[in-house]
Every structure is written in C-alpha cells, then in structure tokens.
Design a protein around this ligand. Structure first.
Ligand SMILES: Nc1ncnc2c1ncn2[C@@H]1O[C@H](COP(=O)(O)OP(=O)(O)O)[C@@H](O)[C@H]1O
Ligand SMILES: N[C@@H](CC(=O)OP(=O)(O)O)C(=O)O
Length: 449
C-alpha cells in the first residue's frame, strides 16, 4: 500500500486534478491520498490557505470578509466547473464554510484554526467526489474519525503517538481514502493545524500509521535539486538522499519537503519519494536510511533568512559552571528558543529566529544578560542568513570546510560564523542576508560545477 500526498500546486485547477486521477489509475497500490488546499495556479495567484487566513482575520476584526469568501468559493467552483462535476458539492462546501464563519468565535485561536483547516477539508471532499465521478471508488475520511490526534498548539501541532495505531485502520478501507492534510484534532476535539506546508507532515504520519511501502510526495518539480532552483537556474537533481540529509536541508530552506515530515516516515522505515505531478514518469528523488556514496562530499546546499545572533563575551567563560544554563533560562523567560549555539573559551553566540524578538525590548534583554552574567559584551546582530552545506560524504572527506570557506572568500562573502561538528552531515555558515544568494552560488560552483 502506498500513501500519496499531493501539494497545493498539484491541486490548483481542474487540469491538475486530471493528472492526479491518471497518477492514481497508473498504480493500484496508491490507496491513501493526502491532499492540500488548492495552491497557486501561477506566480501571481494566492493560495487558498492565505485567502482563508485573511478571511478569518477580517471576521475576527469585525470587517466584511465578502471578497475573500467569494474568492475561496470561486476556487472550488472553478475546479468543479472545469471537471464538469455536479454543483451539489460546491453548494455543500459553500454552506459549510458560511456556517463555520458564522459559528463560535469565543476562542479566536480555535476559530482561526478551523477556518485555515477548511481549505484542506473541503478540498478532500471535492477530490473524493471527482475521483468517484470518474469511476475510481474513493471516500473522504475525516482526521478525527481516523484518530489523528495532536497537541493543542495552534499552528504548530505535534502528533500524539496513539494516533499511529488508530490510523492503521485506514488499511481496511476498500475504497481509495482521501484524507485532508495540514490538521488533526486535539484530545478535546478542536481542530489544530500543523505549521505551514504541514500537509507533508500529515502524509508522513498516515504513511507510518498504515505502514505504507512508500510515501510518495507529489509536487511541481522533477526532483529535489542540489540547491533552491530560484537561486541557481536548472540546478543538478538529487536522485537519492538519506533522512538525515533531507531533514537538514528542509530545515535550512528546501521548502519542497517539510522538515518535520521526515521523522514519522523515518521511525517506521518508510522510504519517501518526491515526484512531479506534471511529469510523473521522471525518477524524482528517493529518501531512505542509507544511500550509496558516490557523488562527492556534498549533496545539497540550502539557505534560509530571518535569523539573528546574540554574541556574548566574558573572560574565562569556559571555567564558569552553569554559564550557558543561566543565559538560556533568561531566554526561556522571554519565551525565546534558539537554533544554534557555537562557543569558544571566552565567547558564545546564540543564533535564533529573528521574528521571536518582534515584541521584545532588545535593550532590556541585553542589559539583563550583561548584568546577571557579568558579561563584558552582549550584542545582537540582525538579518543573518544561514547556509547549510549538507552531505553524508563529508564525514569521510578531508578539506570540505576549507573548500567552502575558500569559495566564499573568493566571492567576497564575509563569513559571520561557522558551526561545524555538531552534526556529522552538515556545516553551517552565517552570512549577512544581502550576501546569501552570492554565497549559495559560489558554493554551488565549488561543489557541483
Ligand atoms: N532544493 C529544492 N529542490 C526543489 N524545489 C525546491 C528546492 N528548494 C525550494 N524549492 C521549491 O519548492 C517548491 C515545491 O514546494 P511547494 O511549493 O511547497 O509545493 P507543493 O505545492 O507541492 O506543496 C518548488 O516549486 C521550488 O520552488
Ligand atoms: N495549505 C497549507 C498546507 C500545505 O501543506 O500546503 P502546500 O502543500 O501547498 O505547501 C499551507 O499552505 O500551508
């Protein structure tokens, strides 16, 4: 049994749904289909999830959401019209959506979560109706009915382990199961969404639950490329990656596959296969526990922006017991999590996502660090990009760091920080955001050209 997930770009129009139908017809093992909400039809289009967020926010602010409501309904109606489906399904979607907007708003978070999740939920109903109309027996299954239970963290749900056993029952369905991505239900029965692009996570959880032979993730590119294709045009494709490599690359900006979607598949030893809905016969990229190591030390280079660093220096920091703990507990009080923490004998740098500081008085934070830790210096540097050079082969190859550093130096990119060693399969460079693209191009030239 295969679990297949189709992303928003694969479900953006009737024409795309025809491709999905063919893909399902081509392989009878494709028994569980996880769907996103309709995505962008072209560069200037808006994803249904983004329309839903604006719509929900307007409702909560007491403004008229008429335009967004019309746009959301029009997206489903256009698809149904293109596919010659009965108008009943759109009438139902519209009625449910208006009822939802009219419903209980006492808890603004719960309301927004339900509005966001409706994008996937209604699309799953539409896709099931379409497949059935074309002669494939298919049934919509609700995540609560199927037992996908998650933590109550709006926009950041985590699956609860008991879900896996319950989801196993999806194996028993005779019809193709169409399952909405992006959300589960809390123990108290509320809709809770995963982080953005989280339908990838649903797909991995369901694949684990039903112990699929493979989790196929259908998207709009032929493969996972060695570098983001919006930075380097037509980059080399990756045919095979390990879970660890993909996790590092997704975390650092390879948005093609969600970083949190690896663990459920990895835990059950289920291979992941990234494929193109628009070109399903090309081999795509396979992700598994091991791969043959014949392509040099580096497999991919990812970058992500929006980071900052807090640099702290204090003479003899290395001898002071509990120094890092005390800094981290100050950050904890402010509700700040950190990403990396490279350190030296007298210095320490904490790298974190910059958006966490939006509502924080940075001057006050630095003053506290200096005062409570008797630090000589504490400064924040903003607008950093992290570049992650990833490859299992780096463990066995000497000189990869110096090759990378030389390539950056020759491109005139100043390295603000390096973190190497904590992960065996990656090294990280911090650079100023304005140099990130130049840096990625230079590293690509060095390792792939
Ligand atoms: N290294 C990479 N390889 C392939 N695609 C990448 C990479 N980095 C970023 N992307 C982007 O990821 C996109 C696919 O992810 P996404 O838009 O979430 O698709 P979907 O709609 O299928 O969920 C691609 O169109 C591409 O622009
Ligand atoms: N629709 C949700 C979840 C998702 O996974 O979408 P996509 O497959 O289009 O990335 C979002 O936009 O975040």
């Amino acid at each position: 049994m295969k679990v297949v997930k189709f992303g928003g770009s694969s479900l953006a129009s009737g024409q795309q749904l025809e491709k999905v139908l063919q893909i399902l017809k081509d392989d009878k093992e494709r028994r569980v289909v996880v769907v996103s909400a309709p995505g962008k039809r072209n560069e200037r289009d808006t994803k249904v999830t983004d329309l839903l967020i604006s719509c929900g926010e307007k409702v909560l602010a007491g403004k008229d959401p008429g335009e967004e409501v019309a746009q959301v309904i029009a997206r489903y109606a256009d698809i149904a019209r293109e596919l010659d489906l009965s108008s009943d399904i759109i009438t139902q979607i519209k009625q449910d959506f208006l009822e939802l907007l009219d419903g209980n708003k006492e808890n603004a978070h719960s309301f927004m979560e339900a509005v966001k999740a409706s994008g996937e939920d209604n699309n799953a109903k539409l896709v099931a109706a379409f497949l059935t109309a074309r002669g494939l027996k298919a049934v919509y299954v609700n995540p609560q009915e199927a037992g996908l239970i998650v933590t109550d963290e709006p926009g950041n749900a985590q699956v609860l382990p008991e879900s896996y056993d319950r989801l196993q029952l999806l194996r028993e369905y005779e019809d193709i199961v169409v399952f909405p991505g992006f959300f589960g239900y809390s123990k108290s029965g509320d809709v809770v969404t995963f982080s953005r692009s989280g339908s990838d996570i649903t797909g991995a959880i369901v694949a684990n639950g039903v112990k699929a032979s493979v989790y196929e993730n259908f998207t709009d590119v032929d493969a996972v490329y060695t570098v983001n294709p919006t930075i380097v045009s037509k980059p080399k494709e990756i045919s095979m990656l390990t879970y660890r490599e993909m996790r590092e690359l997704s975390y650092a900006g390879f948005s093609v596959f969600h970083a949190e979607a690896l663990i459920p598949a990895y835990r059950a030893g289920i291979p992941v296969h990234v494929k193109n809905t628009n070109n399903p016969l090309v081999p795509g990229t396979k992700i598994a526990a091991q791969r043959s190591n014949d392509n040099g030390p580096v497999v991919g280079i990812a970058n992500d922006k929006g980071f900052c660093s807090i640099y702290i220096s204090k003479y003899l920091m290395n001898k002071e017991i509990g120094f890092a703990r005390r800094i981290l507990s100050i950050l904890e009080e402010y509700g700040i999590s950190y990403e990396h923490m490279p350190s030296g004998i007298d210095d320490l740098t904490i790298i974190l996502r910059q958006d966490q500081l939006i509502h924080i008085d940075e001057g006050e934070l630095l003053a506290r660090i200096k005062e409570e830790l008797n630090a000589e210096e504490a400064v924040i540097e903003h607008d950093l990009s992290l570049i992650m050079v990833v490859g299992e082969g780096m463990r066995h190859n000497v000189g990869t760091t110096s090759r990378a550093a030389k390539a950056l130096a020759e491109a005139g990119v100043n390295i603000e920080m390096i973190n190497q060693g904590s992960s065996e399969v990656s090294m990280m460079f911090g650079v100023k955001e304005q140099f990130a693209k130049k840096a990625v191009k230079a590293l690509y030239e060095e390792f792939f050209q």
